[in-house]
Design a protein around this ligand. Structure first.
Ligand code: ZN
Length: 134
């Protein structure tokens, strides 16, 4: 599937504004984008660390995926996202290799990327996202 790098780490947070303060004031990173992804019921904030991003995720609703995650496990690392040339093809390759998919087809995520998730039951417990610009 030609993974080139870790595109981002997704981190579930309870409060986006307070979390941004930690990343900016303590770690000295700069939030360059805040974006709501309505169909995922999240508000996201992005930081660039080299070629890898940190994506903070605050739920906009208790019944969204991040709301449920925080209720079950508390805030923390939520998913790992790899950059690939073509997310749809990479999802197919993963499926052919026996991985259970959350998304059969890629869809639009934050920053206009095409994204799709692999099921953590098939990925050693790590919710894994594949994303591409194409
Ligand atoms: Zn992500």
């Amino acid at each position: 599937m030609n993974i080139s790098h870790i595109e981002h780490l997704g981190i579930a947070v309870e409060n986006l504004e307070e979390s941004i303060k930690y990343y900016e004031d303590v770690l000295g990173l700069k939030c360059y984008s805040i974006e709501e992804v309505v169909d995922q019921k999240v508000k996201t904030a992005f930081f660039l660390v080299g070629t890898t991003k940190i994506e903070l995720l605050e739920s906009t609703s208790p019944d969204g995926p991040i709301g449920k995650f925080i209720e079950k496990k508390g805030p923390g690392i939520h998913h790992l996202a790899f950059a690939v040339p073509n997310a749809t093809e990479a999802l197919k390759i993963a499926e052919d290799r026996g991985v259970r998919l959350i998304d059969k087809e890629s869809r639009k995520g934050a920053e206009g990327l095409n994204i799709g998730f692999l099921h953590p039951k098939s990925t050693l417990g790590v919710l894994t996202e594949l994303c591409s610009k194409e």
